[in-house]
Design a protein around this ligand. Structure first.
Ligand code: NDP
Length: 507
């Protein structure tokens, strides 16, 4: 760190501009010292191009198509990815089906478990390299990919490795069996972690896989294929096809898929459900959310501020369970707004690979456009916008941390998933009003409750229509804890015994 005589770092607002914000009642560290850049320099080992991973080998798409993958942090090209069409997807399913019949279905659970342990350990060995690749490819801050995404992905493989030989205890009194071949499609917000959420339970349960990562974030999926090779995973057990929505549709609709698991937007999830109606395929849908984070006047406010900030700004707000609607009790609303503005000023926005960065790059230009459009609608509909006066990098896709006060339930920013660093603040007077407002959404993925009273936590949790309710904390994840939604947030669970059961037939 340097003294304040040095040039301000790119993401810090000047002291003069900060003084226009709420009165600084507490010390802001950067007032005294500026941060030097602290770039992560480990080599992510990204190849200049990647083929499709089919039957244990990387091979080009049959028609030779490819597309570039860029880094949202600086718009530089990272690699070229193969563009899979229906014939490639068909080849992937044939490989998966053969691997299931000839190898995977014949292995006892403890042998499958050994592969999962190996994958987990190899991922840990290459954790730093994976973290850098994830931040470069997706735009998330290195401290998040390093401390959350990669370790949690490894934890999912470890957890499910432990289950692989204990499936007899999964559903007491019932026998379970794998589906055979499963098709999976995942989004771009937690590329490696979503991959682990999907692959680890499916393999532990004895299935083989065809999976499509998101078009903008496929690199760590392909790097994980190198880990599969290193771990000696039999060819065809996991097949990764890259491409856009059409490739995803081919993965979901393939006749050899007995079960499909989709994570993504509610809109695409509904389209997949419509197209698969009547096919008899078992489905799991992990879709969008618009979570309420509810703060009562008796809550530990300092702690709540941290939970609110984490709830909305973690991973640039690209989080399905983001606490994007803050419901704050009217008596503390002004105080809370002042505290939030103050805390937001210490968030550092900028280079995803800088270890000081709190908020990295928006994943794509399209997503940046969508966020900007929704924020404009919030202003036009009469909500009051506050953005921290930070300087954004000139290259790459960035959006300043934003909060809206004076939001009403009819505003688009209170109803639609923004999937960006934008918080909408609403108020309530009674617990009943908080519940009514929190549940007044088509979604039902997650919620947060902040209060000193245990009895109130239990009452709120039982009345909130959300798959996950956090109390006096937010964004806590564990492989043993099931995650999933109600209503238009989807159905089925990921993680824990329940998530594993979703990859098993009950006999
Ligand atoms: P999309 O629904 O646009 O895409 C998700 C995946 O589906 C991508 O791989 C995409 O490919 C693919 N896809 C697109 N069209 C089709 C189609 N017709 N058939 C099959 N697959 C298709 O979502 P986003 O990638 O924008 O992800 C953000 C969404 O994901 C948010 O709504 C978020 O809430 C949700 N999400 C839900 C989670 C949960 O656990 N409930 C967790 C994480 C995110 P391509 O990338 O090429 O477009």
């Amino acid at each position: 760190m340097k003294t304040s005589t040095t040039k301000p770092a790119a993401s810090r607002p000047s002291r003069a501009s900060r003084s226009r914000g709420p009165s600084a009642r507490e010390l802001i560290f950067g007032d005294l010292w500026e941060f030097d850049p602290a770039p992560e320099t480990a080599d992510p080992h990204i190849r200049s191009s990647y083929g499709l991973f089919i039957n244990g080998k990387f091979s080009p798409a049959r028609k030779g198509g490819s597309f570039p993958s860029i880094s949202p942090g600086n718009e530089k090209k990272l690699t070229y990815l193969a563009l899979a069409d229906a014939t490639d997807v068909d080849a992937a399913y044939s490989a998966a089906s053969k691997a299931y019949e000839k190898v995977w279905s014949k292995l006892p659970g403890n042998e499958r478990g050994k592969f999962l342990y190996r994958i987990a350990r190899l991922l840990q060995d290459r954790a730093r390299e994976f973290a850098v690749a994830e931040s470069l490819d997706g735009g998330k801050p290195i401290k998040e990919s390093r401390d959350f995404d990669v370790p949690t992905a490894a934890a999912h493989f470890f957890y499910h490795a432990g289950w692989a030989d204990k499936l007899d205890h999964l559903a007491p009194g019932r026998q379970v069996a794998p589906y055979g071949v499963v098709g999976q499609v995942i989004p771009w917000n937690f590329p490696l972690l979503m991959l682990a959420w999907k692959i680890a339970p499916a393999l532990a349960a004895g299935n083989c896989i065809v999976i499509k990562p998101a078009e903008t974030t496929s690199i760590t999926a392909l790097k994980l294929c190198e880990v599969f090779q290193e771990a000696g995973l039999p060819p065809g057990v996991v097949n990764v096809v890259t491409g856009a929505g059409e490739t995803g549709a081919a993965v979901m609709s393939h006749p050899l898929a007995s079960k499909v698991a989709f994570t993504g937007s509610t809109e695409v999830g509904k389209a997949i459900m419509r197209s698969l109606a009547g096919t008899g395929k078992k489905m799991t849908m992990e879709l969008g959310g618009k979570a309420a984070n509810i703060v009562f006047e008796d809550a530990p406010l300092g702690q709540a501020v941290e939970g609110i900030i984490n709830g909305i700004f973690f991973n640039q707000g690209h989080v399905c369970c983001a606490g994007s609607r803050l419901l704050v009790q009217e008596s503390i609303a002004d105080d809370m707004l002042t505290r939030l503005k103050l805390r937001m000023q210490s968030l550092r926005v900028g280079d995803p690979l800088d270890k000081n960065t709190d908020i990295g790059a928006i994943n794509s230009k399209e997503q940046l456009t969508r966020i900007s459009e929704l924020v404009k609608s919030g202003v036009a509909e009469g909500a009051e916008l506050y953005q921290t006066p930070c300087r954004l990098p000139s290259k790459g896709f960035y959006f300043p941390p934003s909060i809206f006060s004076k939001v009403t339930q009819s505003h688009r920013i209170a109803r639609e998933e923004i999937f960006g660093p934008v918080l909408s603040i609403l108020t309530f007077r009674t617990p009943e009003e908080a519940i009514e407002k929190a549940n007044n959404t088509a979604y039902g993925l997650s919620a947060g409750v902040w209060t000193d009273k245990g009895s109130r936590i239990l009452k709120m949790a039982s009345q909130l229509k959300a798959g996950v309710v956090w109390a006096n904390t937010y964004n806590k994840f564990d492989p043993s804890s099931p995650f999933g939604g109600y209503k238009e947030s989807g159905f089925g669970r990921e993680g824990g015994r329940q998530g594993l059961l979703d990859y098993c037939k009950l006999l």
